[in-house]
Write a protein that binds this ligand. Structure first.
Ligand SMILES: *Cc1c(COP(=O)(O)O)cnc(C)c1O
Length: 451
């Protein structure tokens, strides 16, 4: 789709002839050796032709949303119940509770697992800020454990050195939809009696040893924000097999009103201090519609990611993610890879991104570091933190120093490059186009540096 018509015809002809597609490409990719678009050549791809996101393709599902509108039942009711049942079944947990977004799925989960003031929570630094905000929101202290450079995921061999008597939980984040090393993380959690909250906000349908992520720890948290592989605009879900915990979450998300086993001695009135973060019936109707296509889209992303991985691994200086041995399926919310400047003729990531964008391939540098930003000092100055932690722990510079994560810094500041999941909904030819564009940049790296 990202190709020009001419390119497309060339490549489908190639496919029709059954030609092997591994690098080096045949002469029909001669254009790849032509002048880079950044230096005035013709771009290899067309930005406008990439699949857009979110996709709404179902006329049948549209009527279900209109039904909700016309019914006047807009607050949580049957549709939300049905969606939760679907999602629990999909993930393979006993229960699911929807909430307004992934951030509040994490906050609700931590709060109802009893994580709060004085507790430490192990988190990876290579994540969306919401993971850390959720820890701070319940008054707990984030403790950063560096990621492995080649997986982008929390390094299990560095967890233990960060565990103290105050450590209450760990949050493995399946960033990019790549499952964390759960065998080792779960073993560590068991050994040290830690709760495990999976941040699966980017990992819908990703699987580890055949089980879906979000079903492996004490609880899983999902996001249905607009960019996510299952998009509702906003939305979130908690999955778990623990009935008592899920009853408490339900009560908490509904102003502490009694629910299931979360009942007090009174017959009416709120039993716990909660909040109100309920889903709506519109969200549920959209969610049920999106769920119809999630499996097929996930299959396509997996196919394209595997193909692109093979193509990119052949290019000098380009290192796509490594999957852990237990991973049976990725979700590929992102396709991350590392650009090693030294191996890539000294071309900076900044120029690489500009050159790749000029070729019509949308890409970005991904996350900035979040272990050293002012929000931490702001949280630490709150009275609830001052009362719960020793003074030394709240010294911002000391915190930054203790939480240094060199691999994360390298990814954020120098090496990481992302493609977003919608690119993986393209064709095989599109994946070849991406690889051809990167190869072209490599071939002309010297000229690009001088430009
Ligand atoms: C998106 C995301 C969240 C938060 O979800 P929202 O629905 O945006 O609140 C949390 N963690 C990670 C890793 C995410 O990508």
């Amino acid at each position: 789709m990202g190709y020009t018509r001419r390119k497309f015809i060339q490549n489908t002809t190639l496919l029709g002839a059954g030609t092997a597609l591994a690098w080096p490409f045949s002469t029909s990719f001669a254009e790849a050796t032509a002048k880079p678009a950044l230096l005035g050549g013709a771009p290899l791809m067309e930005v406008k032709k990439w699949p857009t996101w979110p996709r709404w393709v179902s006329a049948a599902d549209e009527s279900k949303i209109i039904d909700v509108l016309r019914s006047g039942v807009w607050s949580r009711a049957d549709k939300t119940d049905a969606f939760e049942k679907h999602w629990a079944q999909t993930i393979g947990t006993k229960r699911c509770l929807t909430v307004v977004n992934g951030t509040n799925a994490l906050i609700t989960t931590l709060a109802n697992l009893g994580v709060g003031a004085g507790d430490e929570v192990i988190v990876p630094p290579y994540t969306f800020i919401a993971t850390v905000m959720a820890v701070l929101a319940v008054g707990a202290m984030p403790v950063f454990v560096d990621v492995e450079l080649d997986t982008f995921l929390i390094d299990p061999s560095r967890v233990e050195e960060k565990i103290t008597a105050q450590t209450k939980a760990m949050i493995p984040v399946h960033i990019a939809g790549l499952p964390a090393d759960m065998d080792r993380l779960l073993a560590l959690a068991k050994k040290h009696h830690l709760l495990v909250v999976e941040d699966a906000c980017q990992a819908h349908l990703a699987a580890y040893r055949g089980k879906l992520v979000g079903s492996l720890g004490d609880a899983g948290c999902f996001s249905f924000q607009n960019s996510k592989n299952m998009a509702i605009g906003e939305g979130g879900a908690i999955t778990s097999n623990n009935d008592a915990f899920m009853d408490r979450c339900y009560s908490y998300h509904n102003l502490g009103l009694p629910y299931g086993s979360a009942v007090g001695t009174v017959t009416s009135g709120s039993v716990i201090a909660g909040t109100k973060v309920r889903f709506t019936e519109y969200q549920a109707a959209i969610g049920i519609a999106m769920l119809h296509r999630l499996e097929e889209e996930t299959r396509l992303r997996n196919e394209n990611a595997a193909y692109l991985h093979r193509l990119l691994a052949d290019i000098q200086g380009v290192h796509p993610y490594r999957l852990y041995e237990g991973v049976t399926r990725g979700a590929y919310h992102l396709f991350p890879f590392r650009l090693d400047k030294e191996e890539f003729k000294g071309l900076s990531r900044d120029l690489f991104l500009k050159a790749l964008q000029a070729e019509g391939v949308p890409c970005s540098a991904g996350y900035a570091t979040l272990t050293d930003k002012p929000y931490l000092a702001s949280a630490f100055s709150e009275r609830r933190f001052v009362q719960a932690y020793p003074k030394e722990m709240l010294d911002f510079n000391g915190f930054v120093e203790r939480n240094r994560c060199p691999n994360n810094e390298k990814l954020c500041q120098e090496q990481a490059v992302w493609f977003t999941q919608n690119l993986l909904l393209g064709t095989k030819t599109d994946m070849e186009g991406i690889a051809a564009a990167i190869r072209r940049i490599y071939d002309h790296a010297e000229a690009i540096k001088k430009a």
